[in-house]
Design a protein around this ligand. Sequence first.
Ligand SMILES: Cc1cc2nc3c(=O)[nH]c(=O)nc-3n(C[C@H](O)[C@H](O)[C@H](O)COP(=O)(O)OP(=O)(O)OC[C@H]3O[C@@H](n4cnc5c(N)ncnc54)[C@H](O)[C@@H]3O)c2cc1C
Length: 414
Amino acid sequence: MAKDIIVVGGGIVGVCSALSLQRAGHHVRLIDSKKPGRETSYGNAGMLAEASFLVMNNPGLVKILPKILLNRTPGVRVNRWFVLKRLPWFLKFLSYCRKAHVLHAASTLRQLLTLSLDAHKELIKAAGVDHLLRQTGWLKLFRTEAGFAKFSKDLEIVKSFGARFTVYEREQIRQIEPGLKPIYCKAVLMDDTCAVSSPADLTDAYVALFQSLGGVVEQTKVTGLRQQDAGWCVECGANTFTADDLVLSAGAWSAEMASWLDYRIPMAWERGYHMHLQPGEAPALHRAIHDIEAGFVLAPMKAGLRVTSGVELTDRDAPPNYQQINYSVEMARQAYDMKDQLDQTPWIGRRPTLIDSLPMIGAAPRHDGLWFNFGHQHLGLSLAPGSAQLLTALIDNTPPPIDAAAFSPTRFRL
Ligand SMILES: Cc1cc2nc3c(=O)[nH]c(=O)nc-3n(C[C@H](O)[C@H](O)[C@H](O)COP(=O)(O)OP(=O)(O)OC[C@H]3O[C@@H](n4cnc5c(N)ncnc54)[C@H](O)[C@@H]3O)c2cc1C
């Protein structure tokens, strides 16, 4: 039966949710305070990953914890006051640093990632934006043999879940990416990983497809959520919108909105930055590279060469600290010849992360007609269309494309 459904939050997760529900025959209104896709979904590295299913909560993290807390790792920068303030979140996050959880998360994320990559390819075609898609893999690079040896342990797990990759030596790296400076001794190409050359254009195209099917977009800030009669009332200042069902998919803002309905969502924000640079004279990069030891990604994008930083753990709305992205840019310049910076100031985004690093997709435990779809951490772009398909099946009470149990909100006491 067709329902009226409101989706709150127009990042890539909300947009894909709205599109999937609209395609399933529902009447959908998507609400975002900005033009959809202009927060975290705007500035990511554009990777449509299918092999990035090893979560950060792993036993190795505990070993390097002192280094992380002293800000001695390039990939993670920690505000220690934030850690103290959110100590219960950190302790719970660390409690998942177990081999069994790594394997559980890998298995469930691998399924959702594979589903999503196929779904992205279909949506990209349907939205008429094939030119955005790159199917040239993702190159992980190592400056030292020791760095590669550490990563090799992860590769064993990656292989055991069926993801394909190819290892390259120094000379082969020069052949596949002649533009790179000769600082890398080993590389691993994740063969099936894809990418888009503009995450914002991708979201715009999906929104246009949603609207062409009759979906409605409202650009207004949500200020309140109320259950009313048999449905939902979404307050946006003086305006209200009503619907049978409500989907909350507001990324890093979802926990705050859920708290209006007395849910305590165990979410923190892994902030990250990007900066665009002008290409230099070196041969063009064929694909995004990830320098694991230096902690940056360099992705050729429509807007220029996008350098993205690792993780900054601090308050969602704390003032930006550009130290980490400046370091990433410096490291990226060691790898590839680039000219001027193209952005006045670095862009900042907020990855929404739950204590077990798995997204929350499913029915809210205490309210009929309320659905959650958020917490996609480093993988929101990659996971969005699969999560949307899963959510749609749950709302329609039809067989889900993959098992939804691992993502259920009821896995926590909220
Ligand atoms: C540096 C960096 C690199 C990344 N690289 C990748 C990558 O290569 N591949 C990948 O898969 N993932 C990547 N990610 C992660 C990915 O970008 C996120 O997981 C994803 O964008 C989250 O999408 P979302 O829709 O949940 O949230 P968002 O995109 O943040 O959307 C949330 C929306 O909610 C809206 N909203 C908030 N409050 C309100 C309100 N009160 N009323 C109305 N609307 C509201 C916001 O305006 C926003 O549009 C990266 C992230 C970062 C920071």
